[in-house]
Design a protein around this ligand. Structure first.
Ligand code: SAM
Length: 214
């Protein structure tokens, strides 16, 4: 077995051992190589199950957390998904293998531009990446079947709740940036909204307005 194949096998094994068991999610994560989403000196650590620095002082999330969040969404191939927090574009690329259409939004135009370039290179044609403040969602395409927020909010943002279809699911880390945050699954049902706490996490904060590119 080549070194690359061996690393990939260990990567998938680590995901399974941390609770990512949905075969569609595992296939998507097998198909999308994390390497190209990490530019610069950390690119050789792409197969490690840890968050890594990207441009604009942001991070690409830990693969097992990407897997668990994706799994919690139970995406169907008909779904229209909104991601708040494009970052490297890795999470959006995984979503694009499972959903009909993905809209991903980030407050840093540089991150959006670089992610778009990668989506083009990888032939991921069902993703639209937008620069903007994702706390306001993306009204042009609302409502969404699924919403995933990859930055920590103090509460599930009300605007995003409004842009979630009845019957839809949102996954969002909730808590202050310097404290323990909880990954919350929000299910909007005709009978009311249900909340489930998945696990503790640590995400960069959901910030207001557009970011300065660095
Ligand atoms: N999902 C990303 C990936 O796959 O690489 C990781 C996202 S990173 C942990 C969080 C991202 O949320 C950052 O890129 C940050 O710029 C973005 N962000 C923070 N507040 C935001 C907001 N209000 N609207 C849009 N993006 C925001």
């Amino acid at each position: 077995m080549s070194d690359d194949a061996e690393r990939k096998m260990q990567f998938l094994y680590a995901l399974r051992s941390k609770g990512v068991t949905d075969s569609r999610v595992l296939s998507a994560m097998e198909a999308i190589d994390r390497g190209p989403f990490i530019r610069g000196i950390f690119s050789n650590r792409a197969y490690e199950d840890m968050p890594l620095p990207i441009a604009c002082g942001q991070t690409i999330s830990q693969p097992s957390v990407v897997g668990l969040m994706t799994q919690a969404l139970h995406i169907s191939p008909r779904d229209k998904v909104l991601e708040v927090g494009t970052g490297s574009g890795y999470q959006a690329a995984i979503l694009s293998r499972l959903a009909r259409r993905v809209y991903t939004i980030d407050r840093h135009s540089r991150l959006v531009r670089e992610a778009r370039e990668l989506f083009d290179e990888l032939g991921l044609t069902n993703i639209t990446a937008i620069t903007g403040d994702g706390s306001f969602g993306y009204p042009d395409q609302a409502p969404f079947d699924r919403i995933i927020v990859t930055a920590a909010a103090e509460d599930p943002p009300g605007t995003l709740m409004e842009q979630l279809k009845t019957g839809g699911t949102m996954v969002v880390p909730v808590g202050q940036s310097d404290a323990v945050q909880h990954l919350i699954v929000v299910r909007k049902k005709p009978s009311g909204v249900e909340y489930e706490e998945l696990r503790q996490v640590r995400f960069v904060p959901l910030l207001e307005g557009l970011g300065k590119d660095t």
